[in-house]
Write a protein that binds this ligand. Structure first.
Ligand code: NAD
Length: 472
């Protein structure tokens, strides 16, 4: 697979300062796909310098021109969608159909949304005797994870560029190839040199250098809560803005009277897609005592239909997880669930049959899960569903809100008003009512320890702006 052996800095691919490399492997068969340079503080320094130098020019570029660059970027991403899907399938392991439908397509929609917003947004408004200007926050440091590798880049880069910010991206070490492809697309779209810069490298080295850099005005991070907490502390010490998109343990609340078959089927699909590596996945299913056994049976049957296999095989619905560390983590949680006394009704910690190599995990469902168990509290980030029983609606709410997280969730009811009333009481940033579809323009982000700030749509754009008031 094609890879650049340099960093994209100041509009060109330049050799890295050091000689270290990162091996990019295919999680489906553990073969080596490519190597990319492992950048360090000197590369981060060069990239931040380029971004700072480009800032005055880009910030002063008329929004209509910024919109035109984003529109060009959207078209390039759409034109290269097959290559994008194949690259993400190779480095992440998601089934090709999912890579096409989600990993390659969603960033195009997000980019289109920001092209439109850059053109339409009111960057100035009048309040009494003041003119309020919304100006770019400055140079953005973006650190992204591997689970939706292009979406998470575009969800930061598109609003940053629309707002007039310049940026340095440090993508996840597992999925740097699609990040390089994105840098090529930015270049092709005619975004001026220095506006977007890419430094590949290890989190504790290149990521840390970026998080600590004094030339960064806003640090936008998506990833684990553990790293997010450190980044938040670093940003606070430097009095920098920070945006954090962290983990989740979202509840899928099936209220009595809801369409159980549909709610369970959609709920299982939500957890199994992308091998469970979705921060907003509904990993806890909450069912009333009366219909609990039926729900467990339906979920076990649904999970059994999720064929685990090579991501390029058409029958595959669940590919491998991203790497050996993640495999160890997920199967460790499955063993822990059994030890804690939960009842395994589908899957398990053993490798699924038929794979000599690759980081495969069996689609797993636990019944008889109680709220204090680790598998009901901690983010597993694998194809593992926990089904919990509730006594009444108040009990369901207590369980739903009973974790440190608050990223997403779902409510199912035969009465939409009842579902909305329940959703209002959930401590979480997004709730899908009766299977409502993902909306790339709606704000996405966490309550509680799931994060700080919002991404996507106009709310996402405003994270990259700061206000100035002129009085007359
Ligand atoms: P991570 O938080 O370690 O990595 C995310 C990004 O942060 C990567 O680009 C990484 O290189 C960088 N990073 C790591 N350490 C850093 C440091 N000290 N300073 C600056 N940057 C640093 O996540 P991971 O190891 O890839 O995954 C571990 C767990 O994180 C997962 O199991 C999952 O629970 C969670 N996760 C959540 C999301 C999400 O979207 N919320 C995404 C990926 C992972």
């Amino acid at each position: 697979m094609k890879a650049h052996d340099g960093m994209y800095i100041d509009g060109a691919w330049r050799p890295a300062a050091g000689t270290g490399t990162i091996e990019v492997t295919n999680p489906a068969d553990e073969t080596l796909l490519a190597t990319v340079p492992a950048g360090g503080p000197e590369d981060v320094e060069a990239a931040v310098r380029a971004a700072r130098a480009a800032l005055p020019g880009w910030a002063a570029t008329p929004p209509a021109e910024r919109a035109a660059r984003l529109e060009a970027l959207q078209q390039i991403l759409a034109g290269r969608r097959t290559e994008i899907a194949e690259t993400i399938t190779a480095e992440l392991g998601s089934p090709l159909a999912f890579s096409q439908k989600v990993h390659a397509a969603v960033p195009v929609a997000v980019c289109a949304g920001y092209a439109q917003l850059a053109a339409d947004y009111a960057f100035e408004e009048r309040i009494g005797n003041s003119r309020v200007l919304r100006e770019p926050v400055g140079v953005v440091g973006a650190i992204t994870p591997w689970n939706y590798p292009l979406h998470q880049i575009v969800a930061k880069a598109a609003p940053a560029l629309a707002a007039g910010c310049t940026m340095v991206l440090k993508p996840a070490e597992d999925t740097p190839l699609v990040a390089q492809l994105f840098a090529e697309a930015v270049h092709e779209a005619g975004v001026p040199a220095g506006v977007f810069n890419l430094v590949t490298g290890l989190g504790p080295v290149a990521g840390q250098a970026l998080a600590e850099h004094h030339g960064i005005d806003l640090l936008s991070f998506t990833g684990s809560t553990a790293v997010g907490r450190r980044i938040g502390a670093l940003a606070a010490a430097g009095v920098k803005r920070v945006a954090l998109e962290l983990g989740g343990k979202s509840a899928n609340v099936i209220l009595p009277g809801a369409d159980l078959k549909k709610a369970v089927k959609v709920g299982v699909a939500n957890v199994m897609s992308n091998s469970g590596q979705t921060c907003s996945a509904w990993t806890r299913m909450l069912v009333d005592a009366e219909r609990y056994d039926e729900a467990v049976q339906l979920a076990a049957e649904a999970a059994a239909k999720y064929v685990t296999g090579h991501p390029l095989e058409e029958t595959t619905r669940v590919g491998p997880v991203v790497n050996a560390k993640q495999h160890e983590r997920v199967t460790g949680y499955i063993r822990r669930g059994v030890e804690e006394g939960a009842r395994l009704v589908a899957g398990g910690a053993e490798l699924p049959g038929g794979h000599e190599r690759g980081h495969y995990v069996r689609p797993t469902v636990f019944a008889d899960v109680t709220p204090e168990m680790a598998i009901a509290q901690e983010e597993i980030f694998g194809p593992v569903l926990a089904i919990l029983k509730y006594e009444d609606t108040e009990d369901a709410l207590r369980i739903a809100n009973g974790t440190v997280y608050g990223l997403a969730g779902a409510v199912w009811s035969e009465n939409e008003d009842e579902a909305v009333a329940f959703a209002r009481r959930m401590e979480t940033g997004q709730v899908d009512i009766n299977g409502g579809r993902f909306n790339p323009l709606a704000p996405f982000g966490g309550y509680k320890q799931s994060g700080v700030g919002r991404e996507l749509g106009v709310h996402g754009l405003e994270e990259y702006l700061q206000t100035k008031s002129l009085q007359f």
